[in-house]
Design a binder for this molecule. Structure first.
Ligand code: UD1
Ligand code: MG
Length: 380
């Protein structure tokens, strides 16, 4: 145990060191490629500055390409060091998914795809994992729903809920569908909780920090588990993915924070979402991950009438910029969390709004950790 603690510390130091270097690499490379993006016609306009000189400027997009590229390189290097005591093939497959998603995100940015195609892209990008996945397809049933699931299984046969044995339920094929859906959700959830400077990358940083805390808590965990060693391996593995991820995101945030010098693009949103999905599948904490996505889930559910075309959905659902007051105002017919918060608080400056939304994210994630701890305590 002591030897493995020392090994773990060394590993965190190495990954931490790589992360620090990658932060500077990303922020430096973004500055250097900005002219290339503008020359190639890859830019957008800052809609929330319309009517001011800033609103006329070409803002290069999608600069999410830089952190994604650096990140994939890091995943390759970590492969070389063979830190993953887990399944190397799964790790390669997850890496392929992140890479594929970045490619399709870039395609989306360049081609400006319609909403229905955006939904399908992550499904395609998760194929490398789906065809390589030979891991477990069981999930641990939360204690409160065990009797309920048991009842369904005994009345309607196991087919409906998979085969149930005690606290485990084997989802079989359903687990593959679950993994695909998780990729579709994580990527699109970040992409539609967007549109003000710093929000896409900011929310990713906050969530990644909480995933890291969750992983770290489980590394130190003394709770007797079925297989404490495996648990540590999974969480250490996810830490390897999260630390460099936070670093490359911060490198991008440096340029994307208000007033944005660059836009992150769908490339970034898909890349970030896929990294979360893969990390949580390989780290076996996808349910906890969804707890960290609570603001995104609220935003998604609240958006459903527009996403499903029950109400008209304009190309952009951004707040209204008031040139006189230099504040953003909530728009009632744009059903998303950004506008809802503005309607509650009243007009806010763009930077204040982004900060507030990130605080909201952090509060939700903290609550999620506390609730999870309480739940485990009372329903071990
Ligand atoms: C999603 C949202 C859309 C929102 C857009 C903003 C849904 C269904 N779609 O679309 O409502 O308007 O994201 O990202 O909810 N932009 C800014 N300021 C920013 C960031 C982006 O003005 O801080 C604008 C720029 O013009 C940029 C464009 O948004 O070029 C990027 O939009 P894009 O990511 O292509 O939109 P979607 O992801 O399709
Ligand atoms: Mg987008």
């Amino acid at each position: 145990r002591e030897a493995s603690d020392a090994g773990m510390l060394f590993r965190i130091l190495v990954v931490g060191g790589i992360s620090v270097v990658s932060y500077f690499t990303v922020s430096f490379f973004i500055s250097s490629v900005i002219p290339l993006f503008l020359k190639a016609g890859l830019f957008g306009r800052d809609i929330n500055k319309k009517g001011t000189p800033n609103g006329e400027e070409k803002v290069p997009e999608p600069l999410g390409l830089v952190p994604a590229t650096v990140y994939i390189m890091i995943l390759c290097v970590l492969h070389l060091v063979a830190f993953h005591n887990g399944d190397a093939r799964l790790y390669t497959a997850a890496m392929a998914c992140v890479t594929f998603m970045t490619l399709l995100g870039f395609a989306d940015d360049v081609l400006d795809l319609r909403w229905r195609y955006k939904l399908v892209l992550p499904l395609i990008a998760s194929l490398p994992l789906l065809v390589n996945y030979t891991g477990k397809t069981t999930v641990i049933l939360p204690r409160i729903i065990r009797p309920f699931v048991g009842w369904i299984a005994s009345h309607f046969g196991g087919g409906l809920v998979g085969s149930v044995s005690g606290r485990l339920v084997d989802l079989g094929l359903g687990y593959y569908i679950y993994m695909a859906m998780l990729s579709v959700f994580c990527t699109n959830a970040i992409n539609i909780y967007a549109g003000i400077n710093g929000l896409e990358v900011g929310q990713s940083v906050v969530m990644a920090i909480f995933v890291t805390i969750h992983n770290a808590l489980n590394l130190r965990s003394d709770i007797p588990k079925d297989d404490i060693h495996l648990l540590r391996v999974h969480h250490a593995f996810s830490l390897d993915m999260m630390l460099p991820f936070i670093a490359v995101c911060l490198g991008l945030m440096y340029h994307n924070w208000y007033p944005s010098r660059v836009f992150v693009g769908d490339t970034f949103c898909y890349f970030a979402g896929m990294t979360f999905a893969m990390g949580s599948i390989l780290g076996h904490y996808s349910t906890t991950l969804l707890l960290f996505f609570v603001p995104q889930i609220i935003n998604f559910v609240y958006s459903l009438p527009q996403l499903f075309g029950i109400l008209p959905c304009p190309r952009h659902r951004l707040p209204k910029y008031n040139v006189k007051t230099a504040r953003l105002e909530g728009v009632k017919t744009h059903l998303n969390l950004v506008n809802l918060v503005l309607l509650i608080t009243g007009p806010l400056h763009e930077r204040t709004l982004c900060f507030l939304l990130l605080v909201l994210q952090a509060v939700c994630c903290s609550l999620a950790l506390v609730l999870r701890a309480l739940y485990l305590r009372y329903f071990p």
